[in-house]
Design a protein around this ligand. Structure first.
Ligand code: DGL
Length: 279
């Protein structure tokens, strides 16, 4: 019988920490391993093959650490790499392990929260180009119109710690305007990048009061709780120690300082050189 292991949570950088926060709050008894590939972030403007390659390297690393289940807490990686990993890589590499993303669980519920039937998606260029939200939402809510806007500078602003500075107002206003011009009827806006909750307050300030703003953390956590209920064969392979360990491919001091803001609690990380992901 295999030894129980932690749940792996992956993001290109800090964003996945907002999802990890919700997972730990909702499912506190499990052990978690977080990896932020900060040295190679952001992923949002990278090609399909690069995002697939980086994400697959991370998934392999999680498996080596004994994680039977990995959550890609990154919309860009979920959009560009998840399907290939699930369909091609996993059956060859580790058929009993699972890799889950954040787009499908979000798409499954988001349509319930619009009155007008028009939903706005704010995301990285990679997520928008993949059309993953449009395709997934069409399965669950075929009558809901999905309007997308790429926000290429939001992740770099956040990763650089400039997201609350005056420079970010310009880009927030510009991208919100472009989104709402596609359909003024849009009454629900999804922050479809796990970095964006850090700017939630600022985004709110630039939005008409009647527009609803939605973040993904609690949606993903609820979906994982449901998944584990339905999959006892996976649930029993998860270690229950209540611990959370953090790894970053970049500097730990920087990760700990910024990571604490995303995670809402102190963070102490270990450095994992990108080289170790490659081999
Ligand atoms: N948090 C990632 C997401 O949800 C950001 C991707 C990036 O590195 O650009 O898409």
């Amino acid at each position: 019988m295999s030894v129980a292991g932690p749940i792996g949570v992956f993001d290109s950088g800090y964003g996945g920490l907002t999802v990890l926060r919700s997972l730990v709050d909702r499912l506190p008894s499990y052990d978690y391993l977080y990896l932020g590939d900060n040295a190679r972030a952001p992923y949002g403007n990278r090609s399909f093959s690069t995002i697939h390659q980086y994400t697959l390297q991370a998934v392999k690393w999680f498996f080596k650490q004994g994680c039977p289940l990995v959550i890609l807490a990154c919309n860009t990686a979920s959009a560009k790499a998840l399907r290939t990993i699930q369909q091609k890589d996993l059956p060859r590499m580790a058929p009993d392990n699972r890799v889950l993303g954040v787009i499908r669980p979000t798409a499954e519920v988001v349509g319930h929260q619009t009155q007008s039937g028009h939903v706005g998606i704010l995301a990285t260029p990679g997520t928008v180009q993949s059309e993953s939200y449009v395709l997934e939402m069409a399965k669950f809510f075929p009558k809901v119109a999905v309007h997308q806007q790429a926000c290429p500078l939001w992740v770099p602003l956040i990763e650089q710690g400039e997201h609350l500075g005056p420079g970010s107002d310009y880009f927030i206003q510009k991208d919100l305007k472009a989104l709402l011009e596609q359909s003024p009827q849009t009454d629900l806006i999804l922050l479809a990048c796990t970095h964006y909750p850090l700017m939630e307050q600022k985004i709110r300030e630039h939005l008409p009061a009647e527009k609803k703003l939605l973040t993904q953390g609690s949606i993903v956590a609820e979906s994982l709780a449901d998944y584990l209920n339905r999959h006892p064969e996976m649930e029993t392979r998860l270690r229950r120690g209540g611990s959370v360990s953090f790894f970053t491919t970049d500097e730990t001091a920087d990760f700990d300082q910024k990571g604490a803001v995303f995670y809402g609690q102190q963070v102490q990380s270990t450095h994992l050189p990108s080289d170790e992901l490659i081999h």
